[in-house]
Design a protein around this ligand. Sequence first.
Ligand code: ACM
Length: 507
Amino acid sequence: MTLLPTPQRVEYSDGTLPLPAPLTWHTDADGVDAVSVLQERLAPATSFRRVAQEQDAFLRIRFDDALPKEGYRLDIRDRIDVVAADRQGAGWAIQTLLQLLPVPVFGPGPLQPEELAWPRVTVEDAPRFSWRGSHLDVARHFLPVEFVLRWLDVMALHKLNLLHLHLTDDQGWRLPVPGYPRLTDVGAWRPGTIRGHQPEPDPVRGQDVDEHDGIPHGGAYTVGDIRAIVERARQLGITVMPEVDMPGHMEAAIAAYPELASCDHVRHPRVAFGISHHVMNLTDEAIRFCETVIDTVLELFPDSPIHLGGDEAPGDHWFSHPPTKACLDELGITTAAGAQAWFEDIVCRRVLDAGRRVVVWDEVLEHGAPEGVTVMVWRDAQFVQRAVEAGFDTIAAPYAHTYFDYGESTGEHEPISIVAPTTLDDVAAYHRIWDGLDSPRLLGGQFQLWSEYLRTGATVEYFGFPRGALVAEQLWAGMPKVGWGPEDLAVPTARLTAMGINWRRFD
Ligand code: ACM
């Protein structure tokens, strides 16, 4: 059995331990979610019974906070003993327990109980990084809640602990905000999407592209959907980080509330892609809107970091929008970079004052990032070093290794992608970023699935795996300790097949 991500230490001994009927278990409150996840998978093969006395239990989960965070020790002999650092460590021990069983436990069943036995083994394990993420762009193409819930299961299989949900962008707004109903009505629906590739910017009209396929696209989450996602994630040991991108990437919000505009070009959420110059204005009213949005995500995503975007916000319209210009004049601000720095300070402080982590894209390094923010580096890997050296907590999400909207191959049968190829070899080189950069400021990293060209959940899965597994491996183990050829990944990809995931088959 290939365990992926590779544990720190695995020691097999002779013999196996058959699945019992019933499976008796004992743990305290922090271990109950982990047992539930095991039970979901094994319910077709056996029943589960909680017992009062630890010595009567086949599966015992205990806690020892001397273990490294998210760490666990797993002993399979005449019974199963788990000692975990915390709730998450218990969950990861359960994922390892599942990976030690035959692949069909990841499928819909039926299961043959007599075919299910664990090898006798001791595993000692803990992650290299505390931030091991996967990003979904539900703004460019909406993904229904069922997809997101299934994605969480795939993340947990890979011991990924952070789901970054990109909830708002020029092309659609997916977040319900009290007092702003038009966001998830007008702002959630665009009249179509450009066909094929984004054309090069028109030298006369700039980035504006009006032609589209005429197929309305949209959708938004309800408060109930979001609570379901957050709760399932919590059960699996995953934190959901919402991103509300501001002050750029806001055409959908501007379409819903034209008073947020800095120009009069926006009629509906954007049908094309690329960087939009139609950014939000910087009036008091617009900033109050942003504060309401921030307060909403603080409430809907308790305990989560909050991502405020901050990328790709050309501010050329700010100085031709009289109310914004008046405001900037009063502040003595004469450049777009200065205006964005002032804006970032206000919105980031709102999150920091609530006692939460605030994350922004690495462009803020150029404007002057507010103290205390966490920088997510998407551009060149050199910005990782720069952010760390400037004293910021940093997340490595550089496009060259972790943007999986980039196709894996240029083959003629590949689906359209923004650019290609980003091969498994490119992904396997990701860890070179932190080789020689031993700083606690580097929290970890994540892979991105921007969805301009990923129109369906099946396509997201195709672009996401197996490359995502190779990122998970490096963030957990520090480097690729498995190979990434078809034989090396035969078992991990078979698990994905069992789960119904449309991973990309090898060339
Ligand atoms: C980004 O790709 N603009 C974060």
